[in-house]
Design a protein around this ligand. Structure first.
Ligand code: DX5
Ligand code: ZN
Length: 219
């Protein structure tokens, strides 16, 4: 499966949000990664369904919503109605991941599950068939611009092995601390969707940077 490039809006300039989205779309991005933070699951706050619904009118990109919130089951319907195409919640945020994955699929979205750095890939053993996307967090969630945790390479390899054996179409996404220096490495470890915030929106020409990242990921 070709690699999906997923710029994370968290690091964009919100005073020029429409231009920033248009830039990464022009550069050939696949997903727009939308980090939803509630100040409870993570120590930061971003946006909810209203903002995602308004952004939906600006872009045809696949909207990849990453919910870093407690009680995600309370909100997935609202994010789907707002236009999220992929809805990813955290394994650590619910006792009923299998039910929530099934519910997200029933809404017509792709169902994703995210693992914090502390959570072993083995926790997916009994639910991997219910996942359309597995997100390996390569930083502790909450902020952009953090350093990639090296152990994540091994977790990506483990997740790729699980997916290859049990659910090959499942997307394997990585999020946090990815840039020009390690994008090739995460792809080699098995990731096929790459979230990048500061390494794309922190550059002067995000459209050109998306093209560079795609080249580094595929050549
Ligand atoms: C962090 C978010 C990430 C963040 C990544 O909790 O989930 O999506 O935007 O930012 P970078 O790519 O700068 O590490
Ligand atoms: Zn994210």
């Amino acid at each position: 499966m070709p690699v999906k490039i997923a710029p994370s809006l968290l690091s964009a300039d919100f005073a020029h949000i429409a231009d920033q989205i248009a830039a990464v779309e022009a550069g050939g991005a696949d997903y727009l990664h939308l980090d939803v933070m509630d100040g409870r699951f993570v120590p930061n706050i971003t946006w909810g369904p209203k903002i995602i619904g308004d952004l939906r009118k600006l872009s045809k990109l696949t909207f990849d919503a990453h919910l870093m919130i407690v009680e995600p089951e309370r909100y997935v319907d609202d994010f789907r109605s707002a236009g999220a195409d992929i809805i990813t919640f955290h394994y650590e945020a619910t006792n009923h991941a299998q039910r929530l994955l099934t519910h997200i699929r029933s809404l017509g979205a792709k169902a994703g599950i995210a693992l914090c750095p502390q959570t072993p890939v083995a926790m997916l053993q009994d639910i991997i068939e219910d996942c359309d996307l597995v997100l390996i967090m390569s930083v502790n969630p909450g902020f952009g611009g953090q350093r990639f945790i090296p152990r994540s390479f091994e977790k990506l390899r483990e997740a790729r092995e699980l997916i290859a054996g049990r659910n090959p179409p499942c997307i394997l996404e990585v999020d946090g601390g990815v840039g020009t220096e390690n994008i090739r490495g995460v792809v080699d470890a098995g990731a096929n969707a790459i979230v990048m915030g500061s390494s794309i929106f922190g550059t002067t020409d995000p459209a050109a940077t998306v093209r560079v990242m795609r080249r580094l990921a595929t050549e």
